[in-house]
Design a protein around this ligand. Structure first.
Ligand code: UTP
Length: 286
């Protein structure tokens, strides 16, 4: 079994739910307290053993590349007594042992298409996909690391899932399981009456490279986009796909409310800010 070494970060979406904030800035660079959303996802991948991060970007996303690159000018300015911790912060954004690769999705043709754009870079090995919008807080073991463990035990394709409210099935890919716990069907954004379960797929995947062949064969699906869900539907007819109910709290940072909730919770957990934020919220709610 091959080790999971590469992770794809599709970051070429338009982020229309966050306009006007995302008109000229990538939504992945919006901050949760003091770090951009994308950095939480990259940290999760690196801590899970990933050593090559592949960003599928677009022309408005250059700030992501700059964030993960070295900023010599800034580092030179911070090489002063008293600034060591800031310098340390900057240098810990990405360990030097991790390679960053960037490729462009020239048109936002959907998540499936974005993943397909990474085909040549991934090559013939299993890989992870992380959607930074889905920020998952799991202090014990990250969601991706839990999934890699399942992959190592089974060799199967793995989808992260969680229970969603019946009224919200139309916002997720919803899975159907057989008695053995394998995924036998995946329906993109079904209405509650048509949903085969309440288990919705969230933004962490481990996929075999055979997904690329399937993505190449599918056409435009729901919402006029090439859907990763449709590719996985084809894959599950040929290979084992299992669902992993991860331990952790997921924040949907692609929506304004989810983003605000994440900021409040991360601020409350922040070692320097937590106490003051809690006090402030108490006073506000009084
Ligand atoms: P979303 O469905 O959240 O779309 O994409 P979006 O464009 O980012 O945001 P809204 O819905 O317009 O507000 C899920 C993930 O897939 C990526 C996005 O960057 C996000 O990480 N994606 C989506 C692409 O990389 N390319 C696409 O064509 C579409």
């Amino acid at each position: 079994m091959k080790r999971i070494r590469k992770a794809v970060f599709p970051v070429a979406g338009l982020g229309t739910r966050f306009l006007p904030a995302t008109k000229a800035s990538p939504k992945e660079m919006l901050t949760i307290v003091d770090r951009p959303i994308i950095q939480y996802a990259v940290d999760e991948a690196v801590r899970a053993g990933i050593d090559e991060v592949i960003f599928v970007t677009s022309e408005t996303k250059r700030a992501i590349e700059d964030h993960f690159d070295v900023n010599i000018e800034l580092e030179t300015k911070l090489k002063k007594p008293g600034k060591e911790s800031l310098l340390g912060e900057l240098r810990s954004i990405l360990p030097l042992s991790v390679t960053c690769v960037y490729t462009r999705q020239h048109e936002p043709l959907g998540l499936g298409h974005a993943v397909l754009c990474a085909k040549k870079i991934v090559g013939d090995e299993p890989f992870a996909v992380l959607l930074a919008d889905d920020l998952i807080y799991s202090p014990e073991q990250s969601a991706l690391s839990q999934m890699i463990e399942r992959y190592e035990a089974t060799g199967a394709n793995i989808l992260a899932v969680e229970m969603v409210k019946p009224s919200e099935t139309d916002q997720y890919g919803i899975i159907e399981l057989n008695a053995e716990g394998e995924v036998i069907n995946l329906v993109e954004k079904p209405s509650p009456e048509l949903a085969p379960s309440n288990l919705g797929v969230v933004g962490r995947y481990i996929l075999n490279s055979s997904i690329f062949e399937e993505l190449e064969k599918i056409g435009i699906g729901t919402g006029g986009e090439i859907q990763l869900t449709d590719g996985i539907c084809r894959l599950l007819k040929k290979e084992t796909v299992i669902a992993h109910r991860f331990e952790g709290i997921r924040y949907d940072c692609g929506s304004k409310f989810g983003y605000v909730k994440a900021n409040i919770d991360y601020a409350l957990r922040h070692p320097e800010l937590g106490g003051a934020v809690k006090q402030y919220l108490k006073e506000k709610l009084r």
